[in-house]
Design a protein around this ligand. Structure first.
Ligand code: ADE
Length: 252
């Protein structure tokens, strides 16, 4: 996949491509990236790339000129052009999967208050929000979007690693443990030491259901659960109810 990032702060983005799993993906040729500073297309002694908003208001808006010229220089029209913004569509795992199937993606990093709407209308195909909060820079949001999608490309990480992780089957991930067996008075759950594959799978499945119910109950209505998993969920709910009843009674 070819990734192009247009930014006023290349130094914020570059390190991501030089470390860890992304570094390996680049070395293997799975990811090709280029980072373009669109200030290079700005004019005047100060190479101004942003200006005050028409109609008044706080902050600065990225001017259409320099960014449009940068986009034209890479023939962005016809490509999938992503603009991370808090007013975009929410990034989900399914959205990341759809982006991971593209051969080429272009990212525009906003900064300050925003990007002139005419640039969005002319070039942007995807306005994406990474969550209901506001960051000070589009660079960090761009890295989040790229991180969520590139790991799904074949060859970047082992496919088994993707199977049980959070959001696969619409559930959160089960807890993980490693050596030592005992740490600060806490031991690893015994079932994980039995070597009994089906018991471990069952335990992990229960943990995923319980964790999702506790942290993200909103996910359960869309999760693809088998009849068996639905029954397990009911019994977890029952156990929770009994624990809750015991607690209420003990407080009376
Ligand atoms: N830029 C600033 N905040 C953002 C957010 N929540 N999502 C995407 N881009 C952003």
């Amino acid at each position: 996949m070819k990734i192009t990032i247009l930014t006023l702060f290349p130094e914020m983005v570059e390190p991501f491509f030089l470390s860890s799993i992304m570094k390996r993906a680049v070395e293997k040729g799975i990811i090709e990236y280029r980072i373009i500073n669109f200030r290079d297309w700005a004019e005047g002694v100060h190479a101004k790339a942003d200006d005050i908003p028409y109609g008044g208001g706080a902050g600065m808006v990225i001017m259409p000129g320099p960014i449009s010229k940068a986009l034209d220089s890479i023939e962005a029209k016809g490509k999938r052009v992503v603009f991370p913004t808090p007013s975009g569509k929410l990034l989900t795992e399914d959205y990341a999967i759809s982006l991971s199937k593209e051969d080429e993606l272009v990212f525009i990093c906003g900064h300050y208050e925003g990007l002139d709407q005419r640039v969005i209308d002319e070039y942007v195909t995807d306005e994406i929000s990474i969550g209901d909060y506001v960051l000070s820079s589009g660079e960090t949001a761009t890295i989040v979007v790229i991180d969520a999608l590139y790991r799904l490309i074949d060859g970047v990480i082992a496919s088994e690693s993707l199977e049980d992780e959070s959001f696969s089957k619409g559930l959160l991930e089960y807890p993980q443990y490693t050596r030592p067996y005992r740490y600060c008075t806490k031991s690893v759950p015994d079932v994980l030491l039995t070597g009994h594959h089906s018991h471990i799978t069952q335990w992990r499945c229960d943990q995923r259901l319980a964790k999702t119910m506790q942290n993200r109950p909103d996910l359960l209505s869309d999760a693809s659960l088998s009849i068996e998993e639905r029954k397990r969920l009911l019994s977890i709910l029952d156990q929770d109810k009994r624990t809750c009843q015991r607690w209420i009674l003990s407080e009376l």
